[in-house]
Ligand binder design. Structure first.
Ligand SMILES: Cc1cc2nc3c(=O)[nH]c(=O)nc-3n(C[C@H](O)[C@H](O)[C@H](O)COP(=O)(O)OP(=O)(O)OC[C@H]3O[C@@H](n4cnc5c(N)ncnc54)[C@H](O)[C@@H]3O)c2cc1C
Length: 484
């Protein structure tokens, strides 16, 4: 491509936010001069070598988080259908993000529901499962919610369309084919390094072609940043360099919890994903369960500077004996501290150091007993770890006292609703940290304080999760279409 070619829109990051933006621009029809850039690979070339190698090889870029469909490719593919929720607690739309989804500052709840409904139909058109989880057992869910309330916990139920990891991968493959067939230019293994700003307007992106090692400047009328959690820290640096306005948000720090399917049986059956939210004493921080994977597998993902974090997913057909879910604590920092991302990175790096760069795992009972977990204890444990590369140890060395206390208190409360939730042989993996605390200031057009530069999806904290990231991309395209 000639270096000076100018695009109508350049979208940096091919996660659900970026690709749904491109999809909708194609559908709107007027402008097809679109460039998508990602530091990762095409969906058809993405593969994590961990299963074969027996350990995380710290690939850069990480196949789990980078490439076409971003963190969505190997995700559990749970599409949270808020638009089909009749849950009348108006927290349901806001709660999935640590401090609430920023996008809700620009859309009313009916507008958001309409957008999510439209986005859901796009997923269905690409072959998403028509079946909805969590809609059959209304009475049973109500009873469980009443029980939770007695323990000062909210239990939020939202209908879920579960793609499953392998099917999500295939679905996003069809989206990639659609974009190729419609002449959307896609550049893989291409990292955005910087932006070019003239006056108060963005003009271009500076990229590094990882195959040739060459840097180029590519011009575009509109530059959409959709770099996800993976690119949040990089984007934050770009904002600092170019004086793009940001707000300090909270950071979610916690663990991935793994327990037997039998314990979570009812929650899995009634809701697929039950979202418990509490404010345990003495700190009253918000603690919540998140991203529940019945019969699922705990996974590791590698970020910049080799920071390894845990996550979880589940396949549609291949099932384990365990359910995993995140337990996250939202921390709001006050002056003079304004670096939540750096704080999260520090906690993660300390944890990684203790396990020689891997994920740490510890039994709940060992935390109560004040001791580390040993590998041979893990071998004989009732709950067998599904992340085989996790290293047995002591997470309390690196997780702050406040975070740890919040988590332990929360587990005790949930145990009163779900018997066995506090079983001493349940496993805690760490670190699990969500970096959407880097909130980039945008207006109702998702435009940053630099003209023609936008931020969607998770990179600037606009949304959390697949459905809302995709929806933010759709909305972005509709906004751009009016500006072209
Ligand atoms: C294992 C796992 C399971 C998950 N399960 C679920 C689930 O079941 N349900 C759910 O709702 N959510 C789930 N999620 C979260 C979901 O994947 C994200 O919310 C969603 O992908 C965010 O979309 P996004 O477009 O904002 O960014 P991302 O999907 O993170 O995509 C960002 C893209 O930008 C690229 N990028 C970053 N920086 C640069 C740069 N400088 N230059 C070029 N490219 C760059 C990255 O390579 C990446 O491809 C899961 C995530 C993981 C990792």
């Amino acid at each position: 491509m000639a270096e000076n070619k100018k695009y109508d829109a350049i979208i940096v990051g091919m996660g659900p936010g970026g690709i749904f933006c491109a999809y909708e621009l194609v559908k709107l029809g007027k402008h097809k001069n679109i460039l998508l850039i990602d530091q990762g690979r095409s969906i058809f070339e993405r593969a994590c070598p961990m299963a074969k190698a027996g350990k995380c090889l710290k690939c850069q870029p990480c196949a789990i988080t980078s490439g076409f469909s971003g963190a969505g490719a190997f995700s559990d593919g749970k599409l949270l259908c808020y638009h089909l929720s009749d849950y009348d607690n108006n927290g349901s739309m806001y709660l999935s993000g640590s401090g609430g989804d920023y996008i809700m500052q620009f859309l009313t709840e009916p507008e958001m529901k309409e957008l999510l409904d439209y986005t859901d139909k796009i997923y269905l058109s690409f072959g998403a499962d028509e079946k909805l989880e969590g809609t059959t057992f209304k009475e049973e869910i109500k009873k469980m919610q009443a029980k939770a309330l007695k323990e000062n916990l909210k239990l939020i139920d939202i209908p879920i369309r579960h793609l499953g990891t392998e099917k999500a991968h295939a679905l996003y493959g069809r989206v990639q084919d659609f974009l190729s067939e419609n002449n959307v230019k896609m550049r893989f293994l291409t990292s955005c390094k910087d932006i070019v700003v003239e006056g108060d307007t963005v003009k271009a992106v500076v990229v590094l072609d990882q195959k040739t090692g060459k840097e180029e400047t590519i011009y575009g009328d509109h530059i959409v940043m959709a770099t996800g959690r993976k690119g949040a820290s990089w984007l934050s640096d770009v904002c600092n360099k170019h004086n793009i306005k940001k707000e300090v948000g909270p950071v979610d720090i916690g663990i991935r919890y793994e327990l037997k399917n039998e314990v979570m049986d009812k929650v899995n059956k009634y809701m697929y994903e039950g979202r418990f939210v509490g404010k345990p004493a003495p700190y009253c921080d918000t603690v919540r369960t998140f991203c529940q994977n019945p019969g699922g597998f705990v996974s590791a993902e590698v970020y910049d500077n080799n920071l390894t974090l845990c996550n979880g997913h589940s396949y549609k057909d291949k099932k384990s004996d365990n359910t995993n879910l995140a337990i996250l604590v939202t921390h709001h920092f006050r002056e003079p501290f304004n670096k939540p991302i750096e704080y999260g990175i520090n906690v993660g790096e300390n944890m990684n150091t203790l396990s020689n760069g891997n994920i740490l795992v510890q039994r709940l009972g060992d935390i109560y007993r004040g001791k580390r977990t040993w590998p041979e204890e893990l071998e004989n444990n009732k709950v067998k770890p599904t992340l085989k590369t996790a290293v047995a140890g002591d997470i309390t060395f690196a997780l702050g006292y406040r975070t740890m206390t919040d988590i332990l208190q929360f587990i005790r409360s949930v145990d009163k609703v779900v018997e066995g939730f506090a079983d001493p042989e349940n496993l805690l993996y760490a670190p699990e940290i969500k970096f959407y605390s880097n909130r980039i200031k945008v207006n109702k057009d998702f435009e940053t304080s630099i003209k023609n530069m936008y931020s969607i999806g998770e990179c600037g904290g606009l949304t959390t999760g697949l459905s809302k990231a995709s929806a933010s991309g759709v909305r972005m395209a509709q906004i751009l279409d009016k500006k072209f």
